[in-house]
Unconditional design. Structure first.
Length: 561
């Protein structure tokens, strides 16, 4: 297996703000037409430039709040060095701290069944807003481009290098573009004709990115503008990446959790009615979102936002100060029930005409794409309340996730798909908590990978990340592994072989369209026998997709709202 040529120097070049600390007049510039962008720094170890904080859209404020992203204004009077870091306004639910505590207790082998039920906090305008990251701004539609030195030298002189585009996760309410891609860039150099360009973008979050509902749309608001931001950034890449040495025909998007869920929505955007998407390949990792189709549920969330801000219309919301709309979004997310974030993609009749699983089943997506999808063995634990111990608890949790679920669907879920533990002879689960954890995993995460893998005319590779404890999000550290010894933390990189293999799978897929890794068995395409490649401490072997079951086939029908 290869060894990553990355040292601590690679990390030191990335300051706390997420931009290179080194800047000088000798670094190269790129003329984007509307502005001139200078590299923020050069990584001597990895031999790559970072063009940081490139504006890809106009500030989404004032009349552009809740509106489609617009092209940035021309500003050529000064050279943009990317010195000012930006992240979109963030929010996290109150239950997150309890979930981390519960999981930590469980990993230590201690009992969690004494955990008291979580009651979402009641909020009002007097509820204090926690300290904000100084980079926080509504004017946050920026992206970063990391370019290997030899690739940049060939800009406009050759066919161009492949491009990897990261879409971050965070429940559609938090997250930002600041990951260190040094390990991935090193991995690309170990593939024939290697070296890739790496791009990461910010997109609007929470109320600013995912407000929706009939009244909201009737007043001129655009639902799912966070997804529109992503698409706008991907179209920016199509237009400008050749200036950095990239090939717009060889763009691969990848992302985890909300990032992976975003990618599924990009794959099925507009039900495939607007032609090819602005990328050629996709690597959704643990793709997830709360599948909201109910117009009534969307309207409830919008009305809550209006009430919190003492507003009566979308016009009022657009007139609010940034501080006030940021606070309102935080309060809504903070008070969300366990497992929910309050905001995320919704069926809007346009960008999302139906749930992606339904669109995939109908063949309404860009069928020219090549896809490598992955999920973790235990996606549901973090999102499942540890105090669930009865069928009534399971049903209440379902009603929390799907407030307007039809009674026949609720009964089918609890009686047929996930019956009482005593009625499950194969040991799929033995407690009500495990029952609910499987339900959450299926409905929100893992079945999504099955929809992609069995979509008509689709070419898909699928893997299962099983390195213990294989919790949701654990694979991100492996994706961005930078070298060094194994970690003793269950949330760090505990198995270097798996980290190196995963990175080579991603980069070789981006470069050659087929995932492969040195010294690892062949990664074969998902077929009629539902093959997936399991990544585990015991080895990397094939097995049958655990999601190829009737539970996932039912969830794909979208009968929960």
């Amino acid at each position: 297996m290869r060894r990553i040529a990355v040292t601590a120097a690679a990390s030191l070049l990335l300051g706390a703000s997420g931009v290179f600390a080194e800047q000088n007049a000798t670094l190269p510039k790129v003329d984007l037409g509307y502005q001139i962008q200078q590299a923020s720094g050069f990584n001597e170890t990895g031999r790559f430039y970072n063009f940081s904080n490139i504006r890809y859209a106009a500030p989404p404020v004032g009349k552009l709040r809740f509106a489609l992203p617009q092209a940035p204004a021309e500003n050529r009077s000064v050279v943009n060095t990317g010195s000012e870091g930006r992240i979109c306004p963030q929010a996290s639910p109150a239950w997150g701290a309890a979930a981390v505590s519960s999981l930590t207790t469980s990993l230590l082998g201690l009992p969690t069944n004494g955990t008291p039920p979580f009651v979402p906090p009641k909020v009002n305008w007097s509820t204090p807003l926690p300290p904000q990251d100084p980079r926080t701004s509504e004017d946050c539609l920026f992206l970063d481009v990391f370019v290997p030195e030899d690739v940049f030298a060939t800009a406009n002189k050759s066919c161009g290098a492949p491009v990897l585009v990261w879409i971050y996760g965070g429940g559609y309410t938090s997250g930002n573009k600041y990951e260190n891609p040094a390990g991935l860039l090193a991995a690309s150099g170990n593939v024939s004709n290697g070296n890739v360009i790496y791009v990461a973008m910010n997109y609007r979050l929470g109320a600013m990115g995912f407000s929706s509902g009939p009244s909201f749309q009737a007043e001129g608001g655009v639902s799912n503008v966070g997804l529109h931001d992503q698409r706008f950034a991907l179209e920016w890449i199509q237009k400008y990446i050749h200036l950095f040495g990239g090939d717009p025909r060889r763009v691969t998007v990848f992302g985890e959790s909300a990032g992976g869920g975003s990618i599924m929505h990009q794959i099925t955007a507009y039900g495939g009615s607007k032609g090819p998407v602005p990328f050629a390949q996709a690597v959704p990792q643990s793709p997830g979102w709360d599948p909201v189709s109910s117009q009534l549920q969307q309207e409830d969330t919008y009305r809550q936002l209006l009430n919190l801000t003492n507003s009566t219309s979308l016009s009022d919301l657009r007139a609010l100060s940034s501080a006030d709309i940021i606070k309102a979004s935080f309060l809504q997310v903070y008070s969300a029930p366990w497992g929910s974030y309050g905001y995320g993609p919704v069926v809007d009749g346009s960008f999302v005409p139906q749930q992606p699983g339904q669109l995939l089943a109908q063949g309404r997506f860009d069928q020219s794409l090549r896809i490598m999808v992955g999920h973790n063995a235990d996606e549901g634990a973090y999102f499942t309340p540890p105090y669930i111990n009865s069928t009534a608890d399971v049903a209440n949790s379902l009603r929390s996730a799907f407030p307007y679920i039809p009674p026949p669907s609720l009964t089918h879920i609890t009686d047929v798909l996930y019956p009482e533990p005593a009625a499950v002879p194969n040991g799929l689960y033995t407690t009500h908590y495990e029952r609910s954890r499987l339900l959450v995993s299926d409905a929100i995460f893992t079945c999504n990978t099955f929809y992609l893998s069995r979509a008509p005319f689709n070419a898909t590779y699928s893997y299962l990340f099983s390195v213990p404890p294989a919790l949701h999000g654990q694979d991100v550290a492996y994706t961005y592994y930078e070298g060094g010894a194994p970690s003793s933390s269950p949330f760090g990189v505990r198995n270097i072989t798996v980290a190196l293999a995963l990175q080579e799978f991603i980069t070789s897929f981006a470069i050659e369209g087929k995932p492969k890794a040195e010294g690892v068995r062949e990664f074969r395409m998902y077929g009629d026998d539902a093959r997936v490649l399991e990544l585990n401490v015991t080895g990397i072997e094939e097995l049958v997709d655990p999601n190829a079951n009737e539970r996932c086939r039912w969830w794909q029908l979208g009968l929960y709202s």
